[in-house]
Ligand binder design. Structure first.
Ligand code: 5GP
Length: 237
């Protein structure tokens, strides 16, 4: 499957058409951004690690019966996916307080939540991705109430599966962001599942092993991505 015209270039990925109008290629870049692109940098080999990590996780979710846009990994940096009509909601699931939840509600980072918390953010860079509730989703016509229910249920199911899969690899899934889309009337999980959009802490030391190392200038950023890659994919870089 060959890359054809570029459809869209985002902060971390580029989407290309293919000769099949139902399928597109996601190309993973090394560029990293944070704080709505006010901070920019390069994380060497991130695109290669993220493509592989995401492929393994999508494959695992598929085995668990969760429908995703993933078709197959094509190369080091390319993944073949089903074309989606993206739903402009960033769905965040949290197991442990961190990041914006800690800030917003004054919860100490690292505090376990009694049950997972699901949050919706409006995927709109110009507005800085503000948090929103289900009434706002309806107001903006982003998804039907039925879709919102399905998204919430699916996101919690993904959380259950990923949490367990990652824990077996000595990683604690603190929180993560998902995106969904429609494909011929079906709701599919889209985008990527990588340390760019998940908080992952080492089970033993609670060391941060995700993009927070870049966001917060903690150093050893590439090393963290490589370590997560090795634990998830079982491969030496
Ligand atoms: P927070 O709301 O605490 O900043 O982020 C919660 C979780 O969602 C984190 O795992 C974070 O990586 C992810 N997340 C939230 N917004 C974005 C985004 O715009 N891009 C990416 N890649 N991840 C995000």
């Amino acid at each position: 499957m060959e890359r054809q015209a570029k459809i869209y270039e985002g902060k971390a990925k580029i989407l290309y058409e293919t000769d099949d109008s139902d399928l597109v290629i996601q190309y993973f870049k090394d560029e990293a951004t944070a704080f709505n692109a006010q901070k920019r940098g390069i994380i060497e080999q991130k695109g290669v690690y993220n493509n592989r990590i995401s492929s393994v996780l999508f494959e695992y979710l598929k085995q668990q019966g969760i429908r995703t846009h993933f078709v197959r990994q094509l190369s080091d940096r390319e993944m073949l996916v089903k074309r989606l009509e993206i739903i402009k909601i960033e769905v965040v699931v949290r197991n442990i307080a961190a990041g914006s939840l800690s800030k917003r509600l004054g919860l100490e980072e690292g505090k376990s939540l009694p049950e997972p918390v699901v949050e919706f953010f409006y995927k709109e860079d110009a507005l800085g991705d503000p948090m929103m509730n289900e009434d706002h989703v309806r107001l903006l016509g982003l998804a039907t109430p039925q879709e919102v229910r399905a998204i919430r249920k699916r996101a919690l199911l993904v959380n259950d599966h990923l949490r367990e899969f990652l824990y077996r690899r000595d990683l604690i899934l603190v929180d993560f962001k998902l995106e969904f889309g429609r494909h011929h009337g079906q709701l599919l999980l889209g985008d990527e599942i990588t340390p760019d959009g998940c908080r992952l802490w080492d089970k033993g030391t609670l060391e941060k092993m995700d993009k927070d190392r870049f966001r917060r200038d903690l150093g050893k950023v590439e090393e963290a991505y490589q370590e997560v890659y090795q634990r998830i994919c079982g491969e030496k870089a």
